[in-house]
Design a binder for this molecule. Structure first.
Ligand SMILES: Nc1nc2c(c(=O)[nH]1)N[C@H]1C(S)=C(S)[C@@H](COP(=O)(O)O)O[C@H]1N2
Ligand SMILES: [Mo]
Length: 411
C-alpha cells in the first residue's frame, strides 16, 4: 500500500535520481534541435527530481488533441520524472472547464443515506489528509493504434500521467452521511455539463459528467477526494477545487469538479457509464454484455526511441519507458528489437508500487545494417498478467493495452 501520511518519502530516491538523470540527458537536445537524436546515456546532466516536479522551460508543453473542449497529452518521449509536472499532466475533458471557487464550493452527499449532508471545502480538508501516488490513464489512451479508426480522441501514447495526490478517502465522507443497508453503488457527479451531438451521439438535453463505483470499491483506501496534485492546489482543468482519484482504475472513474455524491440502491446506467467507457464482456451463457470499464490492465510503452526516430547504426542506445498495472505491480518488462521475434529482459527501476508506473531501460546494440527496425516492450504484472500482443476486439474503443510496435530508422 503506498498511501502515506503527509511527508513520508520513499527511501530509495537517491538511487532513483541516478536512474532518472540519465533519462533526462537527451531531452533538451532532442527538442532544441527539433530532430530526434540518439541518447547520450553516459553524459552527466542535472538529475530530475521526482519529489517537487517543476515544468522546466526547456521542456515542451502538452500535445493538443482537441481544442474545444480541451484535450491534450503528456509528451511521452520526454518521460524522465517519476511524477508528471502539473503543467504537463494529460487533460481529458468532455465539456468546458467549470470555473469554480473553493470558497463557495459545496459537496452534496445524498441518496440512499441516513443523513444527507453538504460539506464545504474547509470541512472536507479538515476531515483528514492522506497522500497517494497514482497514475491516471485514459481508457482511450493509444486509441490511434486501433483499426479501423474508432470514435473519440485519437490519443497516441500519453493520455497517461502520474501524480502525488492529497485528499481524504471517500469512505470518510460516506461514513459521515451514513450509507443505508441495501446501497449498491456510489455515483460521483461533476459540475461540468453539456450536450452530445451526432456523430458521437445525441443526448437528451444537458447532462453532467457522472460515473459510479460499486460500494465496496468506493470504500477502498485508495479512493480519494483530492484537492492537491504534486503539492499544489488542483489546476482548473484537473478538477479544482476537488476531484475523485480512483487509483488503479482507468481515468474515467476519477471524476473532476465534484459537486454531488449519490448513494444508490440500484446500478447506475448514465451516458459515461454504459454508453461511453463500456466494453463487451463474454458471459458464461455466451451472451456478450456491455459492462463499464473499470480496472487498468498491464501495459508498457517505450518513450525513446520515439516512433520513426533516426538512430545511428552501431551505437549503443538506451531504450527506456514506463510500465504500469493498476493495482498490481510490474514484475517484468521485455524488449524486442526485431518486431517480436525474440525478447530480452529490460532493467527495471527499483521503485515499484501499486497504482503507479515503473520505469525500465534496455541497452540496445544498434545493428550495423541500416534500415527499418521495430522495437516493442511487453510487461508482466505481479499477478502473472502479460501484456497481450493482439488487440481484443471486444473492447470497442477503450482499454488499449496491447504491445505497441515502434518502428525506428537505423541509418
Ligand atoms: N467531471 C469530469 N470528470 C472527468 C472527466 C470529465 O470530462 N469531467 N473526464 C474523465 C476522464 S475520461 C479521464 S481520462 C480523467 C482525466 O483526468 P485529467 O484531465 O486530470 O488527466 O478525468 C475523468 N474525470
Ligand atoms: Mo478517459
Amino acid at each position: 500500500m503506498n498511501i502515506h501520511q503527509s511527508h513520508s518519502e520513499a527511501p530509495d530516491h537517491l538511487e532513483r535520481r541516478a536512474f532518472l538523470g540519465r533519462a533526462a540527458a537527451a531531452l533538451p537536445v532532442l527538442y532544441a534541435a527539433g530532430r530526434p537524436v540518439n541518447s547520450k546515456a553516459e553524459e552527466e546532466e542535472p538529475a530530475a527530481t521526482d519529489e517537487k516536479p517543476m515544468a522546466d522551460p526547456a521542456y515542451p508543453g502538452v500535445i493538443s488533441r482537441q481544442r474545444q473542449p480541451r484535450n491534450a497529452e503528456f509528451p511521452f518521449p520526454t518521460l524522465n520524472s517519476f511524477l508528471t509536472p502539473n503543467e504537463q499532466f494529460y487533460i481529458r475533458t468532455h465539456f468546458e472547464v467549470p470555473r469554480l471557487q473553493a470558497t463557495d464550493w459545496k459537496l452534496k452527499v445524498e441518496g440512499h443515506v441516513e443523513r444527507p449532508v453538504e460539506i464545504s471545502y474547509d470541512e472536507l480538508r479538515k476531515a483528514g489528509s492522506q497522500e497517494l501516488t497514482a497514475l491516471l490513464e485514459c481508457s482511450g489512451n493509444s486509441r490511434v493504434l486501433l483499426e479501423p479508426p474508432q470514435v473519440s480522441i485519437r490519443w497516441e501514447q500519453a493520455g497517461v500521467s502520474n501524480a502525488r495526490w492529497t485528499g481524504v478517502p471517500l469512505s470518510a465522507v460516506l461514513k459521515r452521511a451514513g450509507v443505508k443497508p441495501g446501497a449498491v453503488e456510489v455515483i460521483l457527479e461533476g459540475h461540468d455539463a453539456g450536450e452530445f451531438k451526432p456523430p458521437q451521439s445525441s443526448t437528451p438535453g444537458k447532462i453532467h459528467y457522472a460515473r459510479s463505483l460499486p460500494l465496496e470499491q468506493a470504500h477502498r483506501p485508495e479512493v480519494l477526494l483530492a484537492w492537491q496534485m504534486n503539492g499544489s492546489d488542483l489546476p482548473p482543468e484537473h478538477g479544482y477545487p476537488v476531484r475523485a482519484v480512483v487509483a488503479g482504475w482507468y481515468g474515467m472513474a476519477s471524476v473532476k469538479w465534484l459537486r454531488r455524491i449519490i448513494v444508490t440502491d440500484r446500478p447506475f446506467h448514465g451516458y459515461f457509464q454504459t454508453f461511453a467507457y463500456s466494453i463487451w464482456e463474454r458471459q458464461p451463457d455466451g451472451l456478450p454484455t456491455l459492462v463499464p470499464v473499470t480496472r487498468m490492465h498491464v501495459k508498457s510503452q517505450i518513450a525513446r526511441p520515439m516512433l520513426h526516430e533516426a538512430v545511428e547504426r552501431k551505437a549503443r542506445y538506451r531504450v527506456h519507458g514506463a510500465a504500469w498495472a493498476g493495482e498490481a505491480e510490474v514484475s517484468r518488462v521485455e524488449i524486442s528489437t526485431n518486431g517480436g521475434k525474440s525478447w530480452e529482459a529490460a532493467r527495471l527501476d527499483e521503485r515499484s508500487e501499486p497504482f503507479t508506473w515503473r520505469f525500465f531501460e534496455y541497452q540496445w546494440q544498434v545493428p550495423s545494417q541500416p534500415g527499418r527496425y521495430t522495437l516493442m516492450s511487453r510487461a508482466t504484472d505481479s499477478r502473472g498478467n502479460v501484456q497481450p500482443l493482439e488487440r481484443d476486439g471486444d473492447r470497442r474503443n477503450a482499454v488499449v493495452n496491447h504491445v505497441q510496435p515502434m518502428e525506428v530508422l537505423v541509418r
